[in-house]
Design a protein around this ligand. Structure first.
Ligand SMILES: [Zn+2]
Length: 266
């Protein structure tokens, strides 16, 4: 027997609506969007659409948030990774029948429809790529370590090797992330290679979005095919931010949730 809640319960708990920041190049064939932190089920300090199982939030609540994302974006399977700021790339070229979180990858690539590739971030960039010709998609977790490793170039090369992607056909989206207003790197001389020092916007502050733009165009992506959300996660209270949670004025001591950015072929 199927249990249906009585009407008053449906009325009391209406379906929540998630706030999407979509790529400008989405189409009926591809969904690509970042979600803000609102309208999930997690309690403070993970309030409320935390997608990470690795930051101390209740797993049941995180899975409920992920289920809501699947329903909202109409994605059958949600695929993610326990990211570690490295440059390992996972290629998914076979169908998957259920949600999976793989260990130790920072980029996911697929040519399979219905697989939502999700990046978990709190200031790092999610760089989403769509190749409409092959067709295939990629989701890249790119923090400053990813920029140093040029994981963007490695992922595009992997798409070229695996699916014969032509980079000039790629559409790219750089998610909300730490802006040059807040990306202060006091130890940049030891952390960033000299080639990236020219992206210093002002004293010790770096423009990592511009670095990603450079890595994309150097790999062959056309500038007109690159969309940037342009939102700073540390400035906007609508997003989780590790930097903001680490500020001396914050009682959070670095504990916060992770935003989700997702791309999927339909
Ligand atoms: Zn900022």
């Amino acid at each position: 027997m199927r249990y249906l809640p009585p009407f008053f319960m449906l009325h009391k708990y209406p379906m929540k609506k998630l706030n999407q920041h979509p790529a400008t190049w989405i189409s009926p064939r591809v969904v690509a969007a970042s979600l803000d932190r609102h309208n999930g089920s997690s309690l403070a300090p993970y309030d409320s659409l935390n997608v990470s199982l690795g930051v101390g939030d209740a797993p049941k609540t995180v899975l409920a948030n992920r289920q809501l994302i699947k329903q909202t974006l109409n994605i059958p399977q949600l695929i993610s990774a326990r990211q570690n700021h490295g440059d390992q790339i996972l290629i998914l070229d076979q169908p998957l029948t259920h949600d999976q979180e793989f260990d130790g990858y920072d980029a996911l690539i697929t040519n399979q429809t219905g697989l939502g590739l999700m990046i978990q971030q709190a200031d790092c960039q999610a760089v989403l790529l769509h190749d409409p010709l092959t067709p295939s998609v990629a989701a890249i977790h790119c923090g400053w370590r990813g920029s140093v490793l040029n994981i963007i170039d490695k992922t595009i090369r992997s798409m070229m090797d695996t699916f014969h992607t032509d980079p000039t056909a790629l559409r790219a989206y750089i998610s909300p992330s730490l802006g040059p207003c807040c990306a202060e790197f006091i130890n940049y001389r030891s952390e960033l290679p000299p080639a990236l020092h020219r992206f210093q916007a002002r004293d010790n502050h770096f423009n990592f979005r511009q670095i990603s733009h450079m890595h994309l165009t150097s790999a062959g992506v056309r500038p007109e095919n690159i969309d940037q959300a342009g939102i700073c996660t540390a400035c906007s209270p609508d997003y989780f931010s590790y930097r903001r949670a680490c500020r001396s004025s914050s009682p959070l001591q670095g504990i916060t949730g992770r935003n989700g950015s997702i791309i999927a072929l339909r």
